[in-house]
Design a binder for this molecule. Structure first.
Ligand SMILES: Nc1ncnc2c1ncn2[C@@H]1O[C@H](COP(=O)(O)OP(=O)(O)OP(=O)(O)O)[C@@H](O)[C@H]1O
Length: 454
């Protein structure tokens, strides 16, 4: 190639000849023209693209909401309710999924209508919504490669884009989505369980349980409820005195005495959710435990159920701790150590208070210990009235005599009434066949006898 080019430029006759050939060749000049036109287009296109990019950067603003954000679900469902929404990709969310938390199936209809089984939410792709006179592009993207290991669902991102001047609209939208979620969950209690180092809702939020539906000895229920209310109302008091803003409770007693039911009802009463943590869960390490207890969702109570089971039947191997993944010192530190988070309520339950290490239930970790025992005459009368809607002093007295002598649990008493919904007389007859259980009494923490001890 170089050789040809150098010889052609050595003599003037050759150059003129070349020029006459080229100018006379229409194909060649058309080709040159096309090349010039193409180059011009390419330059123009590049100019338009970079110009558009500049305009986009200057005039448009975007915000991303990844699916691991707690507000992701709320926003997705709230978007489904925005009247001015233009989508042609919709996704169906099955009611049972943790996401469909806004329209629970209608209980009244025997055959729930299709809409009560599924929820239509904007699917992956681009959507446009008009909110407070602003147009927003909403793009829901689903990762084809990355998955949420805890749920197996692909990671997703919602990107909101609008004009720069309307950037304030994003916070309004997210605030409204949060309110929407809160309203939808108003009469619900969300149960969170631990997923890796995060808390995830377990199923759909459940209907609240009325505190009055858990029949306890008056002083126990009132004292704990008032103590929790007092704690929640005195954040500043703790802060002014530099006291860690944490409160711990231990509910103990025989199986079926209402420990879990009471906590569930109390959470509903306070409009709180519950984070359930099983200390015996395989794979639970000190770090994970500490992270979980330091990152409890707002307005949630932590429940450490059967706290004795975590260390039951395992000998303590010195400071290395128990053979479980969670060491004892790791538990103590997570509950009330220097790295332990503030603003947290922990309830522990156990059927075996006698095997709990005193260090775990000392004040500061457990501030109130409450005994929930087997049925007492008062509880039998109260539960009788709740189930049969009336008082019958004679019948309930005879029933409580039998039930209390047999040390029957409240769970069994409930079962007795459920099996004899319309006939307390039949319940009385059936009560005679209840098994005789061992007597249960409050445990003498620090040698104190009363059911509540601090
Ligand atoms: N005091 C109570 N008042 C009303 N219902 C009760 C009471 N105690 C138990 N029940 C009923 O018995 C069942 C079991 O109650 P719950 O799970 O709260 O007992 P528990 O003390 O947590 O038992 P466990 O120690 O075995 O976990 C529930 O259906 C609950 O409604």
């Amino acid at each position: 190639m170089n050789q040809l080019a150098s010889s052609a430029t050595n003599s003037p006759d050759t150059a003129n000849g070349l020029q006459s050939i080229l100018s006379g060749n229409s194909f060649f000049s058309a080709g040159i023209g096309l090349m010039g036109f193409g180059a011009g287009l390419a330059i123009l296109r590049r100019g338009v693209v970079s110009g558009a990019g500049l305009i986009k950067r200057r005039m448009l603003v975007s915000v991303e909401i990844p699916s691991k954000e707690k507000s992701y679900n709320a926003f997705l469902h709230w978007m489904g309710t925005v009247p001015k929404r233009y989508s042609n990709q919709l996704a169906v969310e099955a009611r049972g999924s943790a996401k469909s938390i806004f329209h629970p199936p209608t209980r009244s209809s025997n055959q729930p209508s299709p809409s009560s089984l599924f929820q239509l939410v904007p699917g992956p792709g681009k959507h446009f919504i008009k909110y407070k006179k602003c147009w927003i592009q909403v793009e829901r993207q689903r990762s084809s490669r990355l998955q949420d290991l805890t749920t197996g669902t692909p990671w997703e991102t919602i990107t909101l884009t609008t004009l720069s001047r309307d950037r304030g609209i994003f916070s309004d939208m997210l605030l409204e989505a949060q309110k929407f979620m809160h309203t939808a969950q108003k009469n619900k209690t969300t149960i969170y369980t631990a997923w890796a180092t995060d808390w995830k809702p377990f199923g759909s939020p459940r209907s609240k349980r009325l505190l009055s539906s858990v029949v306890l000895e008056k002083d126990v229920k009132n004292l704990i409820t008032e103590d929790v209310r007092d704690f929640l109302g005195n954040y500043q008091w703790y802060a002014d005195r530099g006291i860690p803003y944490r409160r711990g409770y231990l509910l103990y007693g025989p199986p079926g005495s209402g420990k879990t039911s009471f906590l569930y009802a109390l959470a509903g009463e306070l409009d709180y959710d519950i984070c359930v943590l099983n200390l015996a869960e395989r794979g639970l390490s000190d770090d994970r435990l500490n992270h979980l207890l330091s990152n409890v969702p707002p307005k949630s109570i932590v429940l450490l159920e059967d706290v004795d089971s975590a260390f039951q039947g395992r000998d303590r191997s010195g400071e290395i701790g128990f053979r479980a993944n969670v060491t004892f010192s790791g538990l103590l530190n997570a509950v009330d150590g220097v790295t332990s988070a503030d603003e947290r309520i922990i309830f522990m339950t156990t059927n075996h208070p006698e095997i709990l290490d005193p260090a775990l239930i000392r004040p500061g970790r457990v501030d109130i210990k409450a005994y929930l025992g087997n049925a007492t005459p008062q509880q039998v009368h109260d539960m009788f009235r709740r189930f049969y809607g009336r008082d019958d002093p004679i019948l309930s007295s005879e029933l409580s005599k039998i039930v209390c002598e047999k040390n029957t649990s409240m769970a069994s008493l409930q079962g007795l009434f459920v099996m004899n919904k319309t006939s307390p007389e039949a319940a009385l007859e059936l009560a005679k066949e209840l098994p005789q259980l061992p007597k249960s009494t409050p445990f003498a923490f620090n040698l104190q006898k009363k059911p509540l001890s601090v």
